[in-house]
Design a protein around this ligand. Structure first.
Ligand SMILES: [Cu+2]
Length: 312
């Protein structure tokens, strides 16, 4: 009796541990900033990212319940029917139709129940219609190019100078002294909040992946393909959002962060207008020498990343 209550306590403890962890992970409001919250997915700042988060938590709880039931029964059986307690294996029982039907039907029902919300979220995720702005994102070794289609704005975004010099071998700079070390760029991607922004993601050399967790977006940039994703940031969530390349793309894969500067619609319009006129001026021929036949070539695309970065 004493033994059994001890066992029961142990099983209860076992069952309580993942549930407790999950509770700590999933239901406290300040989850992304510190502590246990860092282990979990972010809820993000878009309607879609929250839907993805909710789906993730739903499936997580299904897994927790299944684990508790399966391991609970398993451990209980091991302890309850052990040899030292006089248990004798039933070698005659080789088949039980009822049990087999149950353990086939039950997982099928569970899988269908999980597929319904998963498919619903996926379908919504793939709906890139009715967007207000399209940006072409090109990953290259190692950085990003952002082209605002029909806006006349295009620029390169690379690891910021401070991080870049600190990361050099024998730089003598303590990375801990660099703010947002390896997570800052020279020219962030500027987008408006409250607008459905479509991103067309591709690669210039090898496969990269444009990943911004707060938007629930992670899409591969594959040379020769244009992958599509979209996000619509909450109207009150202006600010900086960070991401990274999520596809192992070569030597400096860890040094091509993403920074998105989310601004109000008015601020964005002002920025894009100014940037467009600035780039138009920069591209225009300024002296008779510049009007030589070579100047007819499409200048912005041919400008090396560094020169562009400095111009912005
Ligand atoms: Cu990459």
């Amino acid at each position: 009796m004493m033994l059994r209550s001890n066992c029961a306590r142990r099983v209860a403890l076992f069952a309580a541990t993942p549930a407790f962890l999950a509770l700590a992970l999933g239901t406290t409001p300040a989850r992304a900033e510190s502590g246990w919250g860092l282990l979990n997915m972010t809820q993000g700042v878009t309607d879609m990212s929250r839907k993805i988060y909710d789906l993730h938590m739903l499936i997580f709880w299904v897994c927790v319940i299944i684990a508790v039931v399966v391991f609970g029964v398993m451990i209980w059986s091991l302890i309850r029917f052990r040899k030292s307690q006089g248990a004798v294996a039933d070698t005659t029982m080789v088949h039980n139709t009822k049990v087999e039907i149950v353990w086939t039907a039950l997982p099928v029902i569970i899988l269908i129940a999980m597929a319904v919300p998963a498919a619903r979220t996926l379908v919504e995720l793939e709906d890139a219609t009715k967007t207000g702005l399209t940006i072409k994102v090109t990953g290259f070794q190692w950085g990003w190019n952002y082209e605002y289609l029909d806006k006349g704005v295009s620029f390169f975004s690379r690891l910021d100078r401070k991080s870049d010099s600190a990361r050099a071998l024998g730089s003598g700079v303590d990375p801990n002294t660099i703010e947002h070390y390896l997570l800052n760029v020279d020219n962030p991607l500027v987008v408006p909040v409250g607008v459905k922004v479509r991103v067309l993601i591709t690669g210039a050399d090898v496969i990269h992946s444009w990943w911004v967790p707060a938007f629930g977006v992670k899409k591969d940039g594959i040379p020769g393909f244009a992958n599509e994703a979209w996000f619509n940031i909450d109207s009150d969530k202006t600010g900086l959002y960070r991401g990274q390349c999520a596809e192992l793309c070569g030597r400096d894969h860890g040094f091509m962060p993403i920074v998105v500067d989310a601004r109000s619609k008015q601020d964005f319009e002002a920025w894009v207008t100014e940037k467009a006129s600035h780039q138009k001026q920069a591209a225009a021929p300024t002296s008779p020498a510049a009007t030589a036949p070579t100047a007819a070539a499409p200048v912005p695309a041919a400008t090396p990343p560094i020169a562009q970065a400095n111009a912005g």
